[in-house]
Design a protein around this ligand. Structure first.
Ligand SMILES: Nc1ncnc2c1ncn2[C@@H]1O[C@H](COP(=O)(O)OP(=O)(O)O)[C@@H](O)[C@H]1O
Ligand SMILES: [Mg+2]
Length: 185
């Protein structure tokens, strides 16, 4: 299925990809080629790169949408499933933070298309867990919170509140960093 949305029930990511993740990867494909084939199916053009991270490259289209090209199927499945949850709950904002809206996805190209957002925003759900709270000890959580407070400075209170707000929707953010939770420009 292309450029359409399927439910996580049709393709549960965890069950589908248990086992050796590396063996599940397809041949590496060039990100821009994949973005261009996705865009071409809807008559869109790629007009620049919005950003990149450890799991993807994100391109801008001439329809002001963002095309996130993921490098592993498990990350694609996680990202897509969180966006499906957000769409189901009609969430485009959490507190003051904008959240991109899902526009489409492609299971073969490992692409998620979404709206472009401006700070403050929360994005990047490639490592997020749905309905799976992490079971860390209080010491580990305290160390994590101290490291994040150092990283985010004065904004940490606001960031921690938005992380908790996502948990209300069953979305557990694991990659909490300024590039993904952007408080201001
Ligand atoms: N929808 C979007 N709107 C605006 N900027 C975006 C959007 N998606 C991604 N970006 C930019 O691209 C960067 C990488 O995207 P991200 O989803 O974090 O990828 P990765 O999972 O590889 O870290 C982000 O930090 C942000 O700067
Ligand atoms: Mg990121």
């Amino acid at each position: 299925m292309t450029n359409s949305i399927s439910t996580s029930e049709e393709n549960p990511p965890e069950e589908a990809f248990s086992g050796d993740m590396d063996a599940m990867d397809l041949e590496p494909k060039e990100d821009l080629d994949r973005a261009s084939s996705y865009a071409a199916k809807s008559g869109m053009l790629i007009c620049g790169r919005l950003g990149f991270g450890t799991q993807s490259t994100v391109f801008m289209t001439d329809r002001q949408s963002a095309i996130k090209v993921l490098n592993r199927e498990i990350h694609y499945a996680r990202e897509r499933d969180v966006y499906l949850r957000l769409k189901q709950q009609q969430i485009t904002k959490v507190g003051q933070f904008s959240v991109p809206r899902l526009l489409g996805c492609d299971h073969e190209l490992w692409i998620v298309e979404m709206t472009v957002v401006k700070p403050p925003y929360v994005l990047d759900f490639a490592s997020a867990r749905l309905d799976q709270p992490q079971d860390f000890s209080s010491e580990v959580l305290a160390d994590w919170a101290a490291a994040k407070e150092e990283e985010f400075g004065d904004a940490w209170g606001e960031v921690r509140a938005v992380v908790w707000a996502f948990e209300e929707f069953g979305i557990y953010l694991t990659d909490v960093r300024p590039a993904n939770i952007c408080v201001r420009v």
